[in-house]
Design a protein around this ligand. Structure first.
Ligand code: PMP
Length: 304
């Protein structure tokens, strides 16, 4: 059975996990009306940090703005709640989940229900499974495409978006793959079920531009920033599906997945079938932030 942490932050207070409940008729249960974040904490030589805490919670407010959802707390209060819940659980967890959602208070789609907020934390470990960060995963292109522009905004990290993510991830697992990659409504690459994508051609990183077709990932942004600062060229461009088969290296990235190499797509081996040198270098730079090898030039490591 699942083992849950003892404490959770809910509507302004730290509570026991079992006491952080909401009504079955809450708007969110029926209509997917939540916005959320996924944030990692790391133990560094200089103490515990929350990675890009403020940037994540800014995105939470941006997602809420898209849905005209008034979060009844400030950015500073949500940041503080993240720290508080980690500390309440004695810093034994590594992942934070702020979520704001429409609660009980009307059954209509446009009902202005109260907005509730929770911040949970738990131990995530390696999201896509043990050793995948070293060995890579086998991925497939999903038969499900992402939402088209001006339908469900992919740039909001909203609960309802993850109906698409569930179709992509569950189909991939059912077929025996480690993760699914979705195409945009244009047929061009968009993103993984919960990760952005990078392809390597001749030592250069290629990634799809931030557009209506994908979430503006903070790990993606971190990688672009670290790569450029370390002499690795990055090109943001539209990418067709078949480039997944032709690139020298391929990896996915996200808060949960961190930097996970992909060793095959749709049964075609990527490059040598092993994580390549650019992928390794990016992993080194990224994980180096947390063991002190990569200087934190942007204040990304926010102290607990
Ligand atoms: N795309 C989707 C659909 C995601 O759910 C995530 C995870 N939040 C990402 C990309 C990666 O975003 P980030 O690096 O900010 O975690």
């Amino acid at each position: 059975a699942m083992h849950y942490p003892e404490w959770i932050w809910h509507n302004g207070a730290i509570k026991r996990w079992a006491e952080a409940t909401t009504h079955v008729m809450a708007h969110v249960v029926h209509y997917g009306s939540s916005v959320f974040e996924g944030i990692r904490s790391y133990q560094t030589p200089n103490g515990p940090v929350i990675f890009r805490l403020t940037d994540h919670n800014k995105r939470l407010f941006a997602s809420a703005k898209i849905y005209d959802m008034a979060i009844p707390y400030s950015l500073e209060q949500i940041n503080a709640a993240c720290r508080e819940v980690l500390k309440a659980n004695e810093n034994t967890t590594d992942y934070l989940r702020p979520v704001a959602y429409r609660g009980l208070g009307g059954f209509g789609l446009s009902a202005d229900t109260p907005v509730e907020v929770a911040v949970a934390t738990w131990k995530m470990g390696q999201y896509l499974g043990a050793s995948v960060v070293d060995e890579g995963i086998d991925a497939c292109v999903s038969s499900w495409q992402r939402f088209a522009p001006n339908t469900i905004p992919a740039g909001a990290k909203a609960g309802g978006n993850y109906l698409s993510g569930q179709l992509v991830a569950r189909e991939a697992r059912r077929l025996g793959f480690g993760e699914g990659i979705a195409l945009a409504s244009t047929g061009l690459l968009s993103e993984g079920a919960g990760e952005n994508l990078f392809l390597v051609f001749d030592g250069v990183l290629h990634t799809s531009p931030v557009s209506a077709a994908l979430l503006n990932g903070l790990t993606r942004n971190t990688i672009i920033t670290l790569a450029r600062a370390n002499g690795i060229e990055v090109v943001e461009r539209d990418l067709p599906r078949e480039y997944l088969y032709l690139c020298d290296e391929l990896f996915m990235c996200g808060t949960a997945a961190e930097i996970t190499p992909i060793r095959s797509v749709d049964g075609r081996q990527v490059g040598t079938g092993k994580p390549g040198s650019v992928t390794r270098r990016i992993q080194d730079l990224f994980f180096g932030l947390f063991d002190g090898r990569t200087p934190d030039k942007h204040g990304w490591l926010e102290p607990l």
